[in-house]
Ligand binder design. Structure first.
Ligand code: AMP
Length: 396
């Protein structure tokens, strides 16, 4: 159980509650194209409204170098207002906590909601410099961190502000994310299977290493598989390869053997000449990749092997697609894994980022136990690291 104070433990009636959310959503031409993160923030916001708090929301969006209309949170305020079916005042203010924001906050009533401008409009934010943390604290009696997707970063709005606000807590989303990921990693119902894919070994080095201490089976797919093929002495043509990580791949296979972990890498692969849907493609065993071709998905035998390995699993964590799932010809591996997880009688947890997108695009989103809203944060969690945004909150 998470040993942090939660929104359930707070008395917020009449108080100004600053809530750090993760509203870092994709926006195209002013339209939000994926509202999952906003929907995920609603339970905490509704609870604080119902309890009579003055709810002041903040978040970053993208990586602006300076205040810019392209990165304004204005579209989020509109969407939130729609979802909450109540007014959300957008405090347009390049200083985030400048005169405009202060005026909006000054006229708040119990149960009303204000959204501040993008916290990264302030240069101090990502450097965790006190001046902005103090500004944020000056408009808050209580601080709630519900931004799991940003909790691996020590910024003013996730960590610094807690130095200057006496009472802090985590929100429902943060609690849920940590309970699912934490239980899976530290207290899993077994058999526990982890599936790791995506493009690079280098991104997942610490995850593989940490999970080998925890899982019964570790399944490898995606672009990182080819570094393991190379480690086994096979040629990989033009497939993604991190030559300098070959010794690490060998080390991990040895570690798995020593620990008695069932470590599975593909036995066959779909290869193509180009990452295009109209390029020729075929399936070959991993020792027969043609020199000018590249591996872009797991093959049919591997799909069967992985489906078998997942039979009877009780806890599954999946991070990273099995192939270039964005193209139909190379999406079968990712699709089959998603479908297999959807049909399992197990706790199924999808790491954020591309695997979450894949599961949703392929239509299996509502069949999973939990889809994390935080890509980087969930990876750091799986690495066994403490998340600074969680650590900074008051203990129970
Ligand atoms: P990541 O951001 O590391 O989770 O990687 C996700 C990306 O890896 C997706 O855009 C996939 O298209 C890509 N990917 C997966 N498998 C391969 C592969 N075999 N070759 C190239 N890219 C891949």
């Amino acid at each position: 159980m998470l040993n942090k104070r939660s929104v359930e433990d707070l008395q917020v009636k009449g108080k100004r509650v600053l809530v750090r959310c993760d509203f870092n959503v994709p926006i195209q031409n002013g339209e939000i194209t994926d509202i999952n993160r906003i929907v995920a923030a609603l339970p905490t916001i509704k609870k604080l409204i119902a309890d009579g708090g003055k709810v002041i929301l903040c978040s970053h969006l993208g990586k602006p170098k300076e205040p810019s209309p392209q990165f304004t949170l204005d579209p989020v305020a509109k969407k939130l207002s729609e979802l909450l079916e109540k007014e959300v005042v957008f405090a347009k203010d390049d200083e985030v906590v400048g005169a405009n924001a202060k005026a909006a906050i000054g006229s708040m009533k119990e149960g009303s909601v204000v959204l501040l401008e993008n916290t990264r409009f302030r240069k101090e934010e990502s450097k965790n410099i006190d001046s902005f943390s103090e500004d944020l604290a000056s408009i808050a009696d209580v601080y709630v961190n519900d931004a799991f997707g940003s909790s691996h970063r020590a910024h003013c709005s996730t960590v610094g502000v807690t130095k200057f606000v006496e009472i802090s807590a985590v929100g429902y989303l943060m609690q849920k994310e940590i309970e699912y990921l934490g239980n899976a990693v530290n207290n899993p119902v077994r058999p526990f299977v982890a599936i790791l894919g995506g493009s690079k070994v280098s991104d997942k080095i610490n995850v593989i290493n940490n999970l080998l201490d925890k899982v019964d089976t570790l399944i490898i797919g995606g672009g990182m598989a080819y570094t393991f093929f190379k480690a086994l002495g096979h040629e990989v043509g033009k497939s993604l390869l991190e030559e300098d990580k070959v010794p690490y791949a060998i080390e991990m296979m040895d570690k798995a053997k020593a620990k008695g972990v069932n470590f599975l890498i593909p036995v066959d692969t779909v290869i193509t000449t180009e990452i295009k849907n109209d390029a020729p493609f075929e399936t070959v065993s991993i020792d027969s990749i043609k020199a000018d071709w590249m591996g872009v998905d797991i093959g049919e035998k591997t799909r069967e092997l992985y489906k078998d390995a997942l039979k009877g699993a009780k806890t599954v964590v999946w991070n990273g697609p099995m192939g270039v799932f964005e193209l139909e010809n190379f999406a079968k591996g990712t699709f089959e894994i998603a479908k297999t997880l959807a049909d399992l009688d197990a706790t199924t947890i999808i790491g954020g980022g591309d695997s979450a997108a894949a599961v949703n695009i392929l239509g299996f989103g509502d069949k999973m136990s939990h889809i994390s809203t935080g890509g980087g944060a969930s990876l750091e969690f799986l690495e066994g690291k403490d998340l600074p945004g969680v650590e900074a909150v008051n203990d129970k």
